[in-house]
Write a protein that binds this ligand. Structure first.
Ligand SMILES: NC(=O)c1ccc[n+]([C@@H]2O[C@H](COP(=O)([O-])OP(=O)(O)OC[C@H]3O[C@@H](n4cnc5c(N)ncnc54)[C@H](OP(=O)(O)O)[C@@H]3O)[C@@H](O)[C@H]2O)c1
Length: 264
């Protein structure tokens, strides 16, 4: 039975991109709420190391699945493995690594297709497979970790901007089709202190011939909160959207960006 401090005791959550950054923090947030967890990423080793930590944090059971979200058949196989090991999925967190930056005109169609598969097609395939179980349970939560570029394209991240907009359109459309009790929402991270951001800062510094610290200072000048966001802060927002209390929130994109986005 679910309890006040273990509200997800009866729920099985699949967290994609769970071995690092925001996905890892989301896995811990759901573990502490008592969920059964399937955690997915490409590299098996960091995932395996996470299993006992998540159990210690409160997860009832943890299943690790190594798969590449950019590989369509791999995603289909992973979904079957998730169901076979952990049963019907009640919470799906669509999340993975961000696309590389650089000029849009230099991006090949193969790179476009790979990133589209990794972000949009994987979310579609996993939702298709798991939503019937959510509908049968009368409870389902899909949360997509996207980017504030859903609203405002970010300079130098043209490929990412394109795919994020597609995710925004996909999830809003799906929000109108899902049955009562099953919601989908987007969380839009701002500058969040993860491996992804470290890599982006290094790439930007090299491209501009400046130091990493200067890059960071430039970023933070755009953030009214004046600091990087901790992945745990983003994860708490995701956990709220997965809660029963958030049952009337559907089809929204919520920025966790320290106020960086300028749109109303
Ligand atoms: N951090 C930020 O400031 C920020 C800002 C805006 C948006 N975002 C977006 O938020 C999402 C998460 O970002 P993050 O900073 O947490 O990233 P991160 O630290 O790079 O972590 C990415 C996670 O996804 C997994 N992953 C990457 N590619 C994958 C693939 N093809 N298949 C399966 N798993 C994959 C990684 O593990 P493996 O490498 O083992 O697969 C890792 O667990 C990304 O879409 C990112 O662009 C982040």
């Amino acid at each position: 039975m679910p309890t006040a401090d273990r509200p997800h005791r009866d729920h099985h959550a699949l967290v994609c991109g769970a071995s690092a950054g925001i996905g890892r923090a989301v896995a811990f947030a759901l573990a502490s709420r008592g969920a059964r967890l399937s955690i997915l990423a490409r590299r098996a080793e960091p995932l395996g190391a996470l299993v006992p930590e998540l159990q210690w944090a409160g997860a009832r059971e943890v299943f690790a699945i190594a798969a590449d979200l950019a590989d369509e058949q791999g995603v289909i196989d992973a979904a079957e493995a998730v169901l076979a090991q952990g049963g019907p999925v009640h919470i799906l967190i669509n999340n993975s690594g961000g696309p590389a930056g650089g000029p849009l005109l230099s991006v090949s169609s193969a790179a476009f297709m790979a990133v589209f598969r990794q972000h949009v097609i994987s979310a579609q395939l996993l939702s298709q497979r798991f939503v019937p179980g959510m509908a049968a349970a009368g409870f389902g939560r899909i949360v997509n970790i996207v980017s504030t570029s859903v609203y405002e394209p970010i300079p130098g991240l043209g490929l990412s901007n394109t795919v994020r907009a597609a995710m925004g359109g996909w999830s809003k459309s799906l929000s109108r089709e899902l049955p009562p009790g099953v919601t989908i929402n987007n969380v839009l991270p701002g500058f969040t202190d993860t491996e992804r951001l470290v890599g982006l800062a290094a790439a930007r510094a090299a491209a501009q011939g400046i130091g990493v610290e200067e890059v960071r200072r430039g970023w933070l000048a755009e953030v009214p909160e004046g600091r990087l966001i901790e992945p745990e802060e983003t994860a708490e927002t995701v956990a709220f959207l997965c809660s029963a209390a958030a049952g009337a929130i559907r089809g929204v994109s919520l920025a966790v960006d320290g106020g960086r986005s300028r749109g109303i």
